[in-house]
Design a protein around this ligand. Structure first.
Ligand SMILES: Cc1cc2nc3c(=O)[nH]c(=O)nc-3n(C[C@H](O)[C@H](O)[C@H](O)COP(=O)(O)OP(=O)(O)OC[C@H]3O[C@@H](n4cnc5c(N)ncnc54)[C@H](O)[C@@H]3O)c2cc1C
Length: 487
């Protein structure tokens, strides 16, 4: 596999991790500028901090390939215990950061690639699986961060990859060389570029033979020449640039969501050693399903962790406002708990119902993983709605930190926005801003579309629900077959 030239030794600490990003010099366009020095730029520092948490608070596990102790984000699940440990890790990390941890799409892409390369090799006698294992061991031993690029920009959604007006709206191979392939196109919504070393790219939909040039899976260092990253605007991201007034950002240490980019591939060369599927179009659908199942498994845990923080902040505001013991407030907090724990129960359940694949890697139960993600598209909105109800209108009308710091009007804010003695005004304001960022625009949309829109889960639910078998169950109970003679 292609090694990152600036990386001289395995990363052990969060400081070494951040330095490794500095050394890579990845560039990202944001707010009309090409930004270098990503890990030290205020737009990206909080996102990098969130990933750095996975180095400060590692969840070690033994690699099944080498026996070395590795970070669980680079692990291939070997049992239901591993699947359960995965979601417990996500909840714990999201509780600590209140932010998308940005490594799960990469972890899920690694597991999906492991599963599918094994199957392709079985059919075609190719060596994708061995190739991929070399890459995996490199990631594991150097303790690197990988992100996952699945979602193409897609253009006209009613058309498949090879039917688009512009052939580059899905990433595809435009040239084959002796030493590798050349890819072109664009991926959307790519989480975690600012904190990543490596990128896995894979198809977004199942494919037929005509689309075989789009059936490609590969890895590359994020700073590979020819890739242009364009950062998405987030709700209130201008506040990140006001570094003297961090409170206004809400979650100023760790940001909100992962920080997403469009990644444009302008004839990017990928050596064969980094290619794990090429033209085996009939495996694109298997890849999508393996990745989607693994990714949907996560949502009750990661969003559960964030909901824990939101509940805590909401409770704190209710306390300082003196309403935390009021009946309807307790009822609504109980609803927040119920929704959060139901989400988490889904992640736990699909993990315990996981099964081994022919590759030896374990994957979560597809139906329950889809249910988990589908619940997330609704429950997070409801949890946020209750939080907005309980904290009151100050959530929308709170003055800026600059006003709080102003010697003339600051004391007015201190006095007139004070609650009871359980908290000072400034701390109350900090919690309000946290609620704002955890439950505001960008963060909520991730619950809807991250890991696929709700319809994509409904399609899988209906496919796997075995409706005809369920009809038979019903008919058997009421003797339908006997009564009609099967006609
Ligand atoms: C915060 C965030 C982080 C993300 N991170 C990543 C990431 O790291 N990596 C990654 O690969 N992706 C990532 N995604 C992308 C995510 O998987 C997609 O947003 C999701 O799959 C929906 O795709 P879309 O945004 O193109 O919306 P669309 O597909 O355009 O969906 C919009 C609506 O159109 C409907 N629709 C679309 N196509 C059809 C069709 N053919 N027939 C009928 N209805 C259709 C959908 O069901 C939906 O209701 C992220 C998204 C968000 C919001």
């Amino acid at each position: 596999m292609s090694e990152i030239s600036t990386l001289k030794k395995p990363l052990e600490t969060a400081e070494e991790y951040v330095q490794s990003l500095r050394d890579m010099k990845t560039e990202i366009w944001a707010l009309g500028e090409k930004i270098t020095g990503i890990p030290d730029h205020p737009l990206f520092v909080p996102h990098v901090n969130a990933v750095a948490k996975t180095y400060e608070m590692p969840f070690p596990v033994k690699s099944h390939l080498t026996g070395h102790t590795i970070n669980r984000f680079n692990h291939i699940h070997q049992s239901t215990d591993d699947l359960v440990a995965k979601v417990k890790m996500l909840r714990a990390l999201n509780q600590q950061t209140g932010c998308c941890i940005q490594r799960c799409a990469g972890m899920d892409a690694l597991n999906a690639t492991y599963i599918v390369t094994y199957e392709i090799d079985q059919k075609y006698g190719t060596d994708y699986h061995e190739r991929f294992k070399q890459f995996l061991v490199y990631l594991q031993d150097y303790n690197l961060v990988t992100i996952g690029g699945m979602t193409d920009v897609k253009g006209d959604r009613s058309k498949k990859a090879d039917q688009q007006r512009d052939p580059d709206l899905f990433v595809h191979v435009v040239a084959e060389r002796e030493d590798g392939i050349v890819v072109r196109g664009a991926k959307a919504h790519l989480t975690g570029v600012s904190g990543a070393h490596e990128l896995m790219v894979f198809p977004t939909e199942n494919m037929k033979e005509d689309a075989k040039d789009y059936a490609v899976v590969f890895s590359c260092p994020v700073n590979t020449p020819g890739i242009t990253y364009i950062f998405g605007r987030q709700t209130n991201d201008g506040r990140k640039l006001d570094t003297e007034h961090p409170i206004d950002q809400g979650n100023f240490k760790y940001a909100c969501v992962g920080g997403e980019c469009i990644a444009v591939f302008d004839d990017v060369f990928i050596p064969w050693k980094d290619v794990y599927m090429y033209k085996e179009y009939e495996f694109a659908g298997m890849f999508v399903e393996a990745f989607a199942t693994a990714h949907r498994q996560n949502y009750g845990a990661c969003k559960g962790g964030i909901a824990d923080v939101l509940l805590g902040a909401t409770y704190g505001i209710c306390k300082v406002n003196g309403v935390e013991r009021v009946g309807h407030v307790r009822d609504k907090m109980a609803d927040m708990i119920n929704l959060t724990e139901t989400l988490y129960a889904g992640s736990i359940a699909c993990s315990y119902e996981g099964r081994p694949t022919p590759s030896g890697a374990w994957r979560a139960d597809t139906m329950l993983a889809n249910i988990t993600k589908h619940n997330t598209t609704k429950f997070v909105y409801e949890i946020d709605r209750i939080a907005h109800d309980l904290v009151g209108g100050l959530l929308a009308t709170l003055p800026a930190e600059a006003d709080l710091r102003n010697p003339e009007i600051g004391p007015l804010i201190e006095r007139y926005l004070a609650g009871n003695e359980s908290m000072c005004t400034e701390d109350k304001i900090r919690l309000y801003r946290l609620v704002e960022t955890l439950s505001g625009g960008t963060a909520v949309v991730e619950s809807m579309h991250g890991a696929g829109s709700p319809q994509s889960q409904r399609i899988m639910m209906l496919r796997d629900a075995k409706l005809e078998e369920k009809l038979k169950l019903a008919q058997k109970l009421v003797d339908c077959e006997g009564a009609c003679g099967g006609q």
